[in-house]
Design a binder for this molecule. Structure first.
Ligand code: SAM
Length: 259
């Protein structure tokens, strides 16, 4: 039974780290004319309302993108995408990763999205309709294994689970290994929480053994509420594109200002 709903967390500090890195990676990849594939295993609903009950209940966006936005230059790819979404959907709109990706891609590019939650899947279909991606209501890693190696072969996969199922800490690195064997040129971006419980630590050990050249970027931030066990967020990037490590350093600098 899935209970996680990203609407409570959209635009939080973890989204800022993940979405800024994603936008920079896609900005770099789309500088070349060659078409690419974008694959996302845990897509969410694609578009969020930061003025809605969910966002206001947690206040996570207020302490996230709404606090840090100015620290990214106006010309940063993440800021450019945010501005485009606000023009189209209103000042309180916030794009999920599928919409950030869609705004970066060209007509020659291909997009595969999976979302398992029935309500989120319905909303995703609606939000992403104008771009016509392939959307499946299916387990994300199963979809990823089915569509790799993709056509076009060049491309990026975002893996952004809700980590509700403890087994994911074992099954996701295992699936990433299988995907990388089938698609050795693919850029794989995995988001993970840094937890007080240390549940992520053994998974990172496995990933670093399998992908010694990968980029690992982590930011720490104050807990969103008392007793909340998330201390920060991380991105593990296999085949990181040019410039991503420098962008990760810039993001670390921005997060340090949070104190
Ligand atoms: N990537 C989105 C973004 O940044 O805008 C947020 C995704 S949210 C963190 C994770 C999503 O994964 C939730 O919408 C949840 O319903 C969905 N989900 C959970 N288990 C899944 C599974 N096994 N396969 C596909 N989607 C799943």
């Amino acid at each position: 039974m899935l209970s996680y709903q990203h609407g409570f967390h959209a635009g939080n500090l973890a989204d800022v780290q993940k979405h800024a890195l994603l936008c920079v990676a896609l900005d770099y990849l789309t500088q070349k004319d060659k078409p690419l594939s974008y694959i996302e295993t845990h897509a969410g609903r694609g578009l969020y309302d930061l003025g809605g009950d969910m966002a206001l209940k947690t206040g996570e966006a207020a302490g996230g993108i709404l606090r840090l936005e100015e620290a990214f230059g106006a010309d940063h790819p993440y800021r450019r995408r945010l501005a485009e979404v606000r023009v189209q959907y209103g000042e309180k709109a916030y794009p999920g990763s599928p919409m950030l990706a869609a705004l970066s891609l060209r007509e020659t590019d291909t997009m595969h999205l999976a979302e398992l939650h029935p309500q989120e899947h319905g909303a995703l279909n609606y939000a992403m309709g104008p771009w016509g991606p392939h959307i499946q209501q299916r387990d994300g890693m199963e979809m990823a294994l089915a569509v790799t190696p993709p056509t076009p072969r060049r491309g990026l996969m975002l893996i952004d689970p809700s980590w509700e199922v403890k087994e994911d800490y074992v099954s996701i690195p295992k699936a990433m290994g299988q995907i990388a064997r089938k698609w050795n040129v693919g850029i794989l971006m995995l988001w993970y929480p840094i937890l007080q419980s240390g549940a992520h630590v053994a998974m990172l050990r496995v990933l670093e053994q399998a992908f010694p050249e990968a980029l690992r970027h982590e930011v720490r931030f104050p807990s969103v509420r008392e007793g909340h066990g998330m201390l920060g967020s991380g991105m593990f990037v296999v085949n990181a594109p040019w410039g991503l490590a420098e962008e990760a350093d810039r993001i670390s600098g921005i997060f340090k200002r949070l104190g």
